[in-house]
Design a protein around this ligand. Structure first.
Ligand SMILES: Cc1cc2nc3c(=O)[nH]c(=O)nc-3n(C[C@H](O)[C@H](O)[C@H](O)COP(=O)(O)O)c2cc1C
Length: 353
């Protein structure tokens, strides 16, 4: 078998995308240490496969906020999808709907929420909150009215982490019409209160629930104590993320942080994770470490270079890889995967091995 097509995504994007767009997609913050470590950290996980188990039928589905998704991953929020492909979010949404899973839609996207919803995809809206919280209310209630099932509050961005660029930053070359089309008409970045909130707190979760009536997930948690605080504040789920290494450089890898968060809150609420997940084996590693599901950022964005077909192929390839990995590991479903890791004797006893 030749190299997986998935591994060529970056090469294809290099050939197809304008340099500033490619750089924007791939970059990490500052020296890119965290971004560079992400995938390698999943590769360090070693499995103890089970044998003598019937793996004729393997079930990849998971529960995502009370509804079944056909695969144990969703698409993480990202901006500028229309700079990657003219059909942008619509192509991403169609392919993701066909894969039977959730797309998280960035509040900065360049396609109206109603058009994304019309593809039939299940979707959650991602939010950054401004200093004057009420400035985001219109966008969020429009998202709810258009069918968003949940709000994903990104909490790792009190300021935008500095990225170095080789040439012009993407914002200088990209058409502003590809961004923020769901904001209030006449929204002014320079208006008082429009800067990103630097004082997010537990009360914001309650406020978001009140304003939208939707469950609120918190994206960007790395620490067990923060995860507990999120649930105490009413979060429906915790999303372990370092923003793909695009915020605090030298933040710990999500592979390293996931087990602590799962131990702290995994019994109380779903724990999702993203960051550096590229292959089916990476996905298996995250599930084995206790994630209820994973999210993919750059992979679907790079696959989008080939439009809907590219994203569809990514979902298909990944499903085939996860299916194979589960069978080889002796797991009939995602629920079986934590048993693939023996971290200490206590775990062995708990798992009855
Ligand atoms: C180009 C790009 C744009 C992004 N835009 C957003 C965004 O608008 N909101 C957000 O919460 N996260 C954003 N992210 C972070 C992703 O949601 C996700 O956390 C990260 O990409 C996961 O890591 P991975 O790319 O290695 O899969 C963005 C990531 C990329 C690569």
């Amino acid at each position: 078998m030749g190299r997986p097509w998935r591994e060529q995504l970056e090469d294809r994007a290099r050939a197809a995308l304008p340099a500033p767009v490619l750089e924007y997609v791939l970059q990490g913050a500052r020296e890119g240490v965290t971004a560079a470590e992400a995938t390698e950290a999943w590769r360090q996980v070693r499995f103890l496969p089970r044998v003598l188990r019937d793996v004729t039928e393997v079930d990849l589905s998971v529960d995502l906020l009370g509804r079944r998704a056909r695969v144990p991953w969703g698409v993480a929020p990202s901006t500028l999808q229309r700079a990657v492909h003219p059909e942008g979010e619509l192509a991403m949404a169609r392919a993701t709907a066909a894969a039977g899973t959730v797309m998280v839609v960035s509040s900065n996207v360049g396609t109206p929420f109603a058009e994304i919803a019309a593809t039939g995809v299940r979707w959650w809206v991602q939010a950054y909150l401004p200093a004057d919280r009420s400035l985001a209310d219109g966008l969020l209630t429009r998202a709810r009215d258009a069918g968003a099932e949940a709000v994903v509050l990104t909490v790792d961005t009190p300021v935008v982490g500095t990225k170095y660029t080789a040439g012009a930053p993407v914002w200088d070359v990209v058409d502003p019409a590809l961004l923020r089309v769901n904001f209030d008409a006449g929204y002014d970045d320079d208006a008082p209160g429009a800067v990103k909130a630097t004082d997010l707190g537990p009360a914001d979760l309650a406020r978001l629930r009140e304003v939208t009536g939707l469950p609120v997930l918190v994206k960007g948690v790395l620490r067990p104590d923060d995860a507990r605080a999120c649930l105490d504040a009413g979060a429906a789920a915790v999303w372990v993320s370092n923003h793909g290494g695009r915020q605090l450089d030298r933040a710990a890898t999500t592979a390293a942080c996931l087990p602590g968060v799962v131990a702290a809150v995994g019994e109380r609420a779903p724990v999702y994770v993203d960051g550096g997940l590229r292959s089916g084996l990476d996905v298996l590693a995250a599930l084995a470490l206790g994630a209820d599901a994973v999210f993919l950022g750059r992979s679907p964005l790079l696959a989008l270079v080939d439009g809907e077909g590219g994203v569809a192929r990514l979902h298909r390839d990944l499903a085939a890889e996860v299916d194979e990995a589960l069978r080889l590991a002796g797991c009939r479903s995602v629920a079986d995967t934590p048993a693939l890791l023996l971290t200490d004797r206590r775990d062995e006893r708990r798992q009855g091995l």
